[in-house]
Design a protein around this ligand. Structure first.
Ligand code: SF4
Length: 216
């Protein structure tokens, strides 16, 4: 017996290729200057991280920890199980205009569209009782506004699985989405959630980084 790398090299090549395409879409749909434009997932995270990513081209097409790898494998597997191979790509944009006439173009790339539902697949190591997570719900409810469909969050965790269904009327309204866009583009909220800094590659060099409580 000897240690080998053939199959994992093939898997990583495929992940790299797929993630490169995702990253190209994100970077081409992100405009932090007017006319504002961003993917839903970027809007729901730290403005400064998006700014650093965009400025320094620090997007990472390869998973940097095992949870990210498991998440990518889960997403891909379930997309194929539900929709066949190769899984179809779902891509939407919608323009919102605020009370001052400012325009925001929002891009959505949901995982699965099935039976008139928009479905988001999430792998997380968060305990089951803390699910669903707020930013996952907001992401799905924004997709529901854009697609005008019901929504479903489907979780895989090391502790078990969970699934949550949201009716059409639970979608975020245009006004709620405009508020999130204003907080991001004008408010430059950094971070949006304190936990983001723990996982951020800019943590050591970012003056806005929030220390974990136990870090003192
Ligand atoms: S360290 Fe925190 S505040 Fe700074 S870019 Fe990362 S997530 Fe944003």
């Amino acid at each position: 017996m000897k240690a080998e790398n053939k199959v994992w090299s093939l898997i990583l090549d495929k992940i790299y290729e797929t993630q490169r395409e995702v990253i190209e879409k994100i970077s081409s749909s992100l405009n932090l200057e007017k006319p504002y434009s961003a993917p839903v997932t970027t809007l729901l995270h730290c403005y400064t991280k998006a700014m650093f990513d965009s400025k320094f081209g620090m997007y990472k097409p390869i998973p940097t920890n095992i949870n990210i790898l498991l998440g990518l494998l889960y997403d891909f597997t379930i997309k194929v199980v539900l929709q066949g191979y190769p899984p179809p790509e779902h891509y939407y944009t919608k323009e919102y205009t605020d009370e001052n006439g400012e325009k925001y173009i929002i891009h959505a790339g949901p995982d699965v569209i099935l039976d008139n539902e928009v479905i988001e697949l999430k792998y997380t190591s968060i305990p089951l009782e803390k699910l669903p997570l707020e930013h996952h719900e907001l992401q799905l409810k924004m997709y529901m506004n854009i697609t005008e469909l019901r929504g479903r969050l489907v979780y895989l965790t090391p502790y078990g699985v969970r699934e949550f269904l949201y009716e059409r009327e639970e979608a975020l309204t245009n006004e709620e989405i405009i508020k999130i866009a204003q907080e991001f583009f004008a408010g430059k909220i950094s971070p949006r959630y304190e936990w983001e800094c723990q996982y951020c590659q800019y943590r050591a060099i970012c003056p806005l980084a929030i220390q974990k409580k136990e870090d003192g």
